[in-house]
Design a protein around this ligand. Structure first.
Ligand SMILES: Nc1ncnc2c1ncn2[C@@H]1O[C@H](COP(=O)(O)OP(=O)(O)OP(=O)(O)O)[C@@H](O)[C@H]1O
Ligand SMILES: [Mg+2]
Length: 388
């Protein structure tokens, strides 16, 4: 089990750092009444924003309606999901706290109107609204600042982090040198999730404990920069092919769709091509580049996504088929995209989902095939790919 889960604080008091901020947040909630400002928690990744929000609700006995703002792509979903919660004046005995997590993830498009919607919701809400964001400088944060009391979480001093890490080691009955502990506490720059992960990962090198493939992939999928991603991949205890495979099935089973998904799959396909070359040539030294390709290419796409580790869900044969023919697939996209006067990535996100459903009809497939000259076998591939 991952220590970040096992040692997730159980109460607000157990958390590391920012004690004053935690206390003033509690008093914001206690004093809140209709018309009061919302609260906005701002702080770097892994410092405990989400954790603090949940523990606060628990401590003050609020029922929490949690919404990850980056999930809500349209104003309508946002309004549907929080509208209800802002209106209902506790029908049930328990009061409600509305938590909008990762508000800097709500799409930045000007015409979207989500920020305005949230502002209006804050003004009208019968229930307190708490928000969290990473980036103080983001447009969303700046705009929402007007209706919020802002609570800034800052990196706790390394010695506090060291104490926390020591407490974990004690619970585990393990020991590592003070020097290494301080090092972790300093390099994590306030990212406690990272510190705990590094502590656990570092120990896995020794014989006390070995990291599982699941843990390594989970670390990879949640890493925030390339070096973290490289570390995670290098800890993978299995075969390189399985490593690529597990990343693939996690992405495919995630909610990531559209262009982003296409870009992720292309990264994986590049890694797979390299693996193929290694297998064919026996040049094992090329393996060193595998993690680099995966980490370098994927990290841009992984940031801000929450992707859970998922074991194989589609038959491996199908995956292999998709991979082996990914080059041909790209050509087919290119061709169809050209005919539809759109880009390949637009094609994958905007057209493919529909086309792949329509391809279910043999008649349609034949028509497409005769217009485009793309073989039916390739159209089948397109159909499978579009529906995963
Ligand atoms: N202040 C803290 N005290 C103790 N543990 C912490 C603290 N902050 C983070 N952690 C650990 O890191 C994990 C992740 O924290 P959390 O998800 O709350 O961070 P976050 O600030 O919301 O990050 P993100 O910006 O990526 O959403 C927690 O489950 C916990 O194990
Ligand atoms: Mg969070």
């Amino acid at each position: 089990m991952m220590w970040v889960e096992k040692y997730r604080p159980k109460s607000v008091e157990e958390m590391v750092g920012n004690e004053k901020v935690r206390i003033s947040l509690i008093s914001w909630l206690r004093k809140w009444q209709k018309g009061s400002k919302a609260a906005l928690l701002v702080g770097p990744p892994g410092i405990g924003k989400t954790t603090l929000a949940r523990l606060l609700a628990k401590m003050e006995r609020y029922n929490m309606v949690e919404l990850n703002a980056s999930d809500t792509r349209t104003r309508e979903t946002l309004s549907r999901k929080i509208g209800e919660a802002t209106r209902s004046e506790s029908l049930v005995a328990q009061r409600t706290l509305i938590f909008l997590d990762e508000i800097d993830g709500i799409t930045g498009r000007a015409d979207y109107g989500a920020v305005e919607f949230v502002k209006e919701a804050v003004r009208q809400s019968m229930n307190p609204i708490l928000m969290a964001a990473n980036d103080e400088e983001s447009d969303q944060v700046r705009k929402l600042g007007e209706v919020c009391q802002v609570f800034k979480l800052r990196p706790p001093p390394p010695r506090e982090i060291v104490m926390y890490l020591k407490h974990i080691l004690e619970e585990e009955g393990l020991e590592i040198g003070d020097e290494r502990l301080s090092e972790i506490a300093v390099v994590c720059r306030g990212d406690i999730r990272y510190a705990i992960n590094m502590l656990q990962a570092g120990l896995s090198e020794s014989k006390e404990r070995s990291i599982t493939t699941q843990e390594s992939i989970t670390l990879f999928l949640s890493s925030k920069d390339e070096s973290e991603a490289m570390d995670a991949l290098s800890m993978y205890p299995g075969q390189p092919r399985d490593k690529v495979r597990e990343i693939f099935s996690s992405i495919v089973r995630s909610r990531v769709r559209g262009e982003k998904r296409g870009r992720m799959l292309r990264c994986i396909s590049d890694a797979d091509i390299l693996l193929g070359r290694i297998n064919a040539t026996g040049n094992w030294r090329l393996l060193r580049h595998l993690d680099k390709i995966l980490a370098g290419c994927m990290i841009r796409e992984l940031r801000g996504e929450k992707i859970a580790y998922t074991r194989e869900s589609i038959p491996w044969e199908l995956q292999v088929r998709i991979w082996n023919r990914s080059k041909r697939l790209k050509e087919v996209y290119g061709l169809l995209a050209g005919m539809l006067r759109t880009s390949s990535s637009q094609f994958v996100s905007g057209f493919l989902p529909y086309i792949s459903v329509m391809l279910e009809s043999g008649e349609f497939a034949e028509k497409i095939s005769s217009i485009t000259g793309v073989g039916t076998e390739e159209l089948d591939l397109l159909k499978e790919f579009g529906q995963i």
